[in-house]
Design a binder for this molecule. Structure first.
Ligand code: FAD
Length: 275
């Protein structure tokens, strides 16, 4: 199928992009890599009268260290972030997770902020952002605000972004000392969206587990360091609390089993890296 006709807007700078979003109001869509948006428009799951293309805005193509975080601008592709030489030392969870995102070809156009803005519950980047406690920078012609990841994504493909706001950047907290990070996921084939994805952060005192692909958004649990039997109980409770359902990819029971097994695996891996 083909999308309905739309106006293509190629702003010369950020101000022009924000003005276009204000002008077209809820009839506008931002296009970044287009990897998710274009198929949805082709299937007519999404309609837009105007597409505002931010992919060529040089001012938004950056990765910079900003205190305890790294900030990634909206035109930065996933491949550019993976190629950033400091990534493994600075945000090791992203190094572990990003190889699971699609394929070389999709990562070379797909943007980091586009994935966060799209907010697919199975996506790796929203799960990493939520587990690390990162944030999203939103800007319109009138305001600029920073939302924690937990407030940004409200459900499946749903966020707190207003129609006239652009996600101009996302901020991932840097690694902390004596803390381990690990990521894994289960897919039908390499590069597919995750049936269940798990991210863990373990330090001397605490365990944090984030799960994607089961509930309608990434879901996080924090525990003190637990003994083996207590951890099994905690993972089992978490698996049931997530309330996953049957679909064409997996049953709810299989997803619960993945939460228990992948959860334990990433927690153990992160614990090994925490010394
Ligand atoms: C074959 C294939 C496999 C894939 N596998 C995976 C996978 O395993 N894991 C995964 O996470 N993804 C996967 N994807 C999707 C991933 O490649 C996309 O890059 C990502 O979902 C969206 O990024 P994008 O830059 O392409 O955004 P676009 O498709 O351009 O936009 C997606 C949505 O976000 C909005 N948007 C984009 N940027 C902004 C912004 N800065 N501010 C406000 N709104 C914005 C758009 O309006 C649109 O609604 C796959 C895609 C394909 C085609």
């Amino acid at each position: 199928m083909k999308p309905r006709p739309f106006t293509y807007v190629s702003p010369a700078n950020l101000d022009e992009a924000l003005q276009a979003l204000e002008r077209y109001r809820d009839n506008a869509r931002v296009i970044a890599g287009g990897l998710s948006l274009v198929p949805m428009m082709n299937f007519r799951l999404i309609e837009a009268k105007a597409l505002v293309d931010i992919s060529r805005l040089e001012a938004l193509a950056y990765i910079r260290e900003d205190g305890d975080s790294i900030e990634i601008g909206a035109a930065t592709t996933q491949a550019e972030l993976m190629a950033w030489p400091k990534l493994a030392d600075t945000v090791p969870l992203l190094t572990a997770a990003m190889v699971h995102i699609g394929h070389l070809q999709t990562r070379s156009r797909g943007t980091v902020c586009g994935s966060i803005a799209h907010s697919d519950p199975s996506s790796e980047l929203p799960l990493c952002l939520a587990t690390l406690g990162g944030s999203v920078v939103l800007q319109s012609t009138r305001t600029k605000r920073v939302l924690p990841a937990s407030e940004f994504q409200s459900g499946m493909l749903t966020t707190a972004r207003n129609f006239d706001e652009l996600v101009v950047a996302v901020r991932f907290p840097k690694r902390k000392p004596r803390t381990g990070y690990a990521f894994t996921e289960m897919t039908q084939r390499h590069g597919d969206f995750a049936i269940c994805a798990a991210a863990a952060i373990v330090s001397g005192e605490s365990v944090r587990l984030g799960i994607g692909g089961v509930a309608d958004k990434p879901t996080i649990r924090d525990w003190p360091k637990l003994q083996t039997a207590e951890m099994d109980d905690a993972l089992n409770d978490f698996a049931w609390d997530l309330g996953g359902s049957d679909d064409q990819h997996a049953t709810a029971a299989y997803r619960r089993d993945l939460v228990r097994r992948l959860g334990r695996k990433v927690i153990e891996e992160a614990a090994q890296c925490s010394n």
